[in-house]
Design a protein around this ligand. Structure first.
Ligand code: NAG
Ligand code: NAG
Length: 321
C-alpha cells in the first residue's frame, strides 16, 4: 500500500504520488503544500552498523480533527537504502484502523525505491505506551519490525523487509503534511536502546536535536556497543504547523554521492552525512516549488526549478523553497 507519507522520504512529490497511485483509504489529498516538521532527536551515522533499535513512544492525544496528515515515527536508515519507520498517523478520519477521534493509527512500515509498504494497522490512544522494535534477523539482511503495547504486550503491527545490514542512523520524526493540524501534545520516547554490531565510542557524540526537542540520560555500555537514551521529549507544535526554522542549502552531486553538512548540537559540533541521489549534473530534471529534493531514501530530482533552491530541512527531507 502506498500512501502520502512516502513523499517525504522518498522519492516523489506529493502530487505525483497522488496521481500515480490509488490511495484507497485513508483519503487522497491532492493539494500540494509545504510540509512542516516538529522537533526531533537523531543519532548517526555510526562507524559501525545498527543491529537492533527499540523505543517506546507515548504519543499524547492525536488532534481531535485533522486537516492534512500528521505522522510520528522513529526512523532508521543509512541515507541511501530503505527507511524503516513504524508510524503513528492522524488522518482526517482514522476510522480505517478502527480509531476514534483523538486516537492514532499505528503500523510498521518501510519506505524505499519501491514506495511505502505497511503492516497491518491498529488504533492507539494518547497515553498508550507503544513499543517499537527494529531487529536485524540472523540472515543479516531482514529487518523485523514489531510494534506492541508495552503494558499489555499486545502486538499492534509487524513488518519484515529485506533492508540490509548497513543501517547507520536513527532518529525521531514529527511530520506534518498538507497543512495538517499539528501535534496538540508533547510526545515522549522512553527507554530507547540502540545496539550496534560493534563498539563505536563516537556514536553518542553524533546526537542532534531540532525544533525544541530535548533528551536525557544518554549512556552507553559494552564499551560503546549499546546506547541508551532514557527519555526524549518532543514539544507540541503550536496551533498552526510551524515551518522548520533551519534552512541549509545543500550542494548537489552525482547519483549516490554523499555530501557532508555540519550540524551544531548542544554539546559539540558534529558532522552528519546526508545523501542525495540525483540526476543533477545533467540538468535533466526540475523539481517544483515545495517538492522534495533530498533526504534519506530520496532518489528523485534534486534540482529545483528557478528561482527555488533546495533547502535542507532535516536528514529526512530537503525541499525546493
Ligand atoms: C545502505 O544500505 C544499502 C542496502 O543494504 C546498501 O546497498 C548501501 O551500500 C548502504 N549504504 C551505506 C552508505 O552503508
Ligand atoms: C490550513 O488549515 C486551516 C484550518 O486549520 C485553514 O484555516 C487554512 O486556511 C489552511 N491553509 C491553507 C493554506 O490551506
Amino acid at each position: 500500500m502506498v500512501h502520502i507519507r512516502s513523499t517525504i522520504f522518498g522519492a516523489l512529490a506529493l502530487a505525483s504520488w497522488a496521481a500515480a497511485n490509488v490511495i484507497p483509504n485513508p483519503p487522497n489529498l491532492v493539494v500540494k503544500r509545504a510540509d512542516t516538521w516538529g522537533g526531533s532527536v537523531s543519532l548517526g551515522p555510526t562507524k559501525s552498523t545498527i543491529v537492533k533499535a527499540v523505543t517506546t513512544i507515548i504519543p499524547g492525544p492525536a488532534p481531535p480533527t485533522q486537516n492534512g496528515v500528521l505522522f510520528l515515527w522513529p526512523g532508521m536508515s543509512n541515507g541511501t537504502g530503505d527507511l524503516i519507520q513504524a508510524t503513528l498517523e492522524s488522518w482526517p478520519s482514522n476510522s480505517w484502523c478502527g480509531a476514534a477521534a483523538g486516537q492514532w493509527c499505528v503500523r510498521a512500515s518501510v519506505f524505499g525505491w519501491f514506495g511505502q509498504l505497511d503492516g497491518s494497522s491498529a488504533p492507539v490512544s494518547g497515553s498508550d505506551q507503544v513499543r517499537i522494535e527494529y531487529a536485524l534477523q540472523s540472515d543479516q539482511n531482514t529487518w523485523l519490525q514489531t510494534v506492541t503495547n508495552a503494558v499489555t504486550g499486545a502486538v499492534l503491527s509487524t513488518y519484515s523487509s529485506a533492508s540490509g545490514p548497513y543501517m547507520r542512523g536513527y532518529g525521531t520524526g514529527t511530520e506534518c503534511n498538507d497543512n495538517c493540524s499539528g501535534t496538540i501534545a508533547a510526545q515522549s520516547y522512553i527507554n530507547t536502546v540502540i545496539t550496534l554490531a560493534s563498539a563505536d565510542t563516537t556514536f553518542g557524540g553524533t546526537i542532534a536535536v531540532a525544533g525544541g526537542a530535548t533528551y536525557s540520560g544518554l549512556t552507553s555500555s559494552e564499551g560503546g556497543k549499546v546506547w541508551s537514551i532514557s527519555s526524549i521529549n518532543i514539544p507540541a507544535m503550536t496551533s498552526a504547523p510551524q515551518q522548520t526554522t533551519t534552512t541549509k542549502t545543500t550542494t548537489t552531486s552525482s547519483r549516490a554521492a554523499t555530501t557532508t553538512t555540519s550540524k551544531a548540537t548542544t554539546t559539540s559540533t558534529t558532522t552528519k552525512t546526508t545523501t542525495k541521489a540525483s540526476t543533477t549534473s545533467s540538468g535533466s530534471c526540475s523539481a517544483a516549488q515545495y517538492a522534495q529534493c533530498g533526504g534519506s531514501g530520496f532518489s528523485g530530482c534534486t534540482v529545483c526549478a528557478s528561482p527555488y533552491t533546495c533547502k535542507y530541512q532535516n536528514d529526512w527531507y530537503s525541499q525546493c523553497l
